[in-house]
Design a protein around this ligand. Sequence first.
Ligand SMILES: [Zn+2]
Ligand SMILES: [Zn+2]
Length: 136
Amino acid sequence: MTSQRSTRQRDEIARVIGAAQGPLTTAEVHERAQTALPGLGIATVYRTLKLLTEQRRIHPVLLDGETLYEASGRGHHHHFICRGCGQVFTLHTCPVQLPAGGALPGGFVVDAHEVTLYGQCPTCAAQSGAAHTISN
Ligand SMILES: [Zn+2]
Ligand SMILES: [Zn+2]
Protein backbone atom coordinates (compact mmCIF):
# COMPACT_ATOMS: atom_id res chain seq x y z
CA MET A 1 0.00 0.00 0.00
CA THR A 2 1.35 3.43 -0.89
CA SER A 3 1.42 6.07 1.82
CA GLN A 4 -0.73 8.28 -0.39
CA ARG A 5 -3.48 5.67 -0.35
CA SER A 6 -3.29 5.17 3.40
CA THR A 7 -3.44 8.96 3.96
CA ARG A 8 -6.61 9.08 1.86
CA GLN A 9 -8.12 6.19 3.82
CA ARG A 10 -7.19 7.83 7.11
CA ASP A 11 -8.68 11.18 6.10
CA GLU A 12 -11.88 9.59 4.81
CA ILE A 13 -12.38 7.53 7.97
CA ALA A 14 -11.77 10.63 10.13
CA ARG A 15 -14.28 12.53 7.95
CA VAL A 16 -16.94 9.80 8.31
CA ILE A 17 -16.55 9.86 12.11
CA GLY A 18 -16.59 13.67 12.21
CA ALA A 19 -19.75 13.85 10.08
CA ALA A 20 -21.73 11.32 12.14
CA GLN A 21 -24.53 12.38 14.49
CA GLY A 22 -23.02 10.27 17.26
CA PRO A 23 -20.24 7.75 17.92
CA LEU A 24 -19.96 4.90 15.40
CA THR A 25 -19.14 1.22 15.73
CA THR A 26 -16.26 -0.19 13.70
CA ALA A 27 -18.83 -1.87 11.40
CA GLU A 28 -20.64 1.45 10.83
CA VAL A 29 -17.37 3.23 10.04
CA HIS A 30 -16.53 0.44 7.60
CA GLU A 31 -19.93 0.65 5.90
CA ARG A 32 -19.95 4.46 5.57
CA ALA A 33 -16.31 4.78 4.45
CA GLN A 34 -16.88 2.24 1.65
CA THR A 35 -18.90 4.82 -0.31
CA ALA A 36 -15.73 6.81 -0.96
CA LEU A 37 -13.31 3.90 -0.61
CA PRO A 38 -14.71 0.89 -2.49
CA GLY A 39 -13.04 -2.37 -1.46
CA LEU A 40 -11.94 -1.01 1.90
CA GLY A 41 -11.13 -3.95 4.18
CA ILE A 42 -12.26 -4.25 7.80
CA ALA A 43 -8.64 -4.86 8.90
CA THR A 44 -7.67 -1.47 7.44
CA VAL A 45 -10.55 0.14 9.37
CA TYR A 46 -9.35 -1.42 12.65
CA ARG A 47 -5.76 -0.31 11.96
CA THR A 48 -6.82 3.20 10.98
CA LEU A 49 -9.07 3.63 14.04
CA LYS A 50 -6.11 2.67 16.24
CA LEU A 51 -3.87 5.16 14.46
CA LEU A 52 -6.41 8.02 14.60
CA THR A 53 -6.89 7.29 18.33
CA GLU A 54 -3.11 7.50 18.87
CA GLN A 55 -3.13 10.82 16.99
CA ARG A 56 -5.99 11.96 19.26
CA ARG A 57 -8.17 12.86 16.28
CA ILE A 58 -10.79 10.42 17.57
CA HIS A 59 -11.38 8.58 20.83
CA PRO A 60 -13.13 5.38 21.84
CA VAL A 61 -16.40 5.45 23.79
CA LEU A 62 -17.58 2.35 25.65
CA LEU A 63 -21.38 2.05 25.47
CA ASP A 64 -23.32 -1.07 26.49
CA GLY A 65 -20.08 -3.07 26.35
CA GLU A 66 -19.34 -2.02 22.76
CA THR A 67 -16.51 0.24 21.65
CA LEU A 68 -17.58 3.13 19.42
CA TYR A 69 -15.53 6.00 18.05
CA GLU A 70 -16.18 9.72 17.98
CA ALA A 71 -14.26 12.82 16.91
CA SER A 72 -12.22 14.51 19.61
CA GLY A 73 -12.78 18.06 20.81
CA ARG A 74 -16.59 17.99 21.03
CA GLY A 75 -16.68 19.47 24.53
CA HIS A 76 -19.03 18.33 27.29
CA HIS A 77 -21.75 16.10 25.89
CA HIS A 78 -23.79 12.99 26.54
CA HIS A 79 -24.87 10.03 24.49
CA PHE A 80 -28.41 8.97 23.75
CA ILE A 81 -29.08 5.37 22.73
CA CYS A 82 -32.33 4.77 20.85
CA ARG A 83 -34.08 1.57 21.99
CA GLY A 84 -35.98 1.52 18.71
CA CYS A 85 -33.27 1.63 16.04
CA GLY A 86 -30.17 1.22 18.20
CA GLN A 87 -28.50 4.36 16.86
CA VAL A 88 -26.34 6.42 19.20
CA PHE A 89 -26.68 10.21 19.17
CA THR A 90 -24.55 12.95 20.71
CA LEU A 91 -26.55 15.38 22.85
CA HIS A 92 -25.13 18.77 23.74
CA THR A 93 -27.64 19.39 26.51
CA CYS A 94 -26.65 18.28 30.01
CA PRO A 95 -29.42 16.81 32.16
CA VAL A 96 -27.27 16.65 35.29
CA GLN A 97 -27.97 19.21 38.01
CA LEU A 98 -25.33 19.34 40.70
CA PRO A 99 -25.37 21.54 43.79
CA ALA A 100 -23.05 24.57 43.75
CA GLY A 101 -19.49 23.44 44.45
CA GLY A 102 -20.38 19.89 43.42
CA ALA A 103 -20.63 18.61 47.01
CA LEU A 104 -23.14 15.80 47.53
CA PRO A 105 -24.61 14.66 50.86
CA GLY A 106 -22.08 12.48 52.66
CA GLY A 107 -19.16 14.72 51.65
CA PHE A 108 -18.61 13.51 48.08
CA VAL A 109 -17.17 16.29 45.92
CA VAL A 110 -18.03 15.70 42.26
CA ASP A 111 -15.75 17.04 39.53
CA ALA A 112 -16.99 15.10 36.48
CA HIS A 113 -19.83 12.87 35.38
CA GLU A 114 -20.82 10.47 32.65
CA VAL A 115 -24.44 9.85 31.79
CA THR A 116 -25.90 7.71 28.99
CA LEU A 117 -29.53 8.36 28.14
CA TYR A 118 -31.89 5.75 26.68
CA GLY A 119 -35.19 6.20 24.90
CA GLN A 120 -36.51 6.87 21.43
CA CYS A 121 -34.91 9.07 18.79
CA PRO A 122 -37.14 11.60 16.95
CA THR A 123 -37.71 9.19 14.03
CA CYS A 124 -38.66 6.21 16.22
CA ALA A 125 -40.76 8.40 18.53
CA ALA A 126 -42.74 9.61 15.52
CA GLN A 127 -43.30 6.03 14.30
CA SER A 128 -44.38 4.67 17.68
CA GLY A 129 -46.80 7.49 18.35
CA ALA A 130 -44.78 8.96 21.22
CA ALA A 131 -44.51 12.17 19.19
CA HIS A 132 -48.31 12.29 19.14
CA THR A 133 -48.20 12.92 22.87
CA ILE A 134 -45.69 15.74 22.37
CA SER A 135 -47.74 17.44 19.64
CA ASN A 136 -50.91 17.43 21.76
ZN1 LIG B 1 -34.45 5.42 16.71
ZN1 LIG C 1 -23.29 16.60 31.67
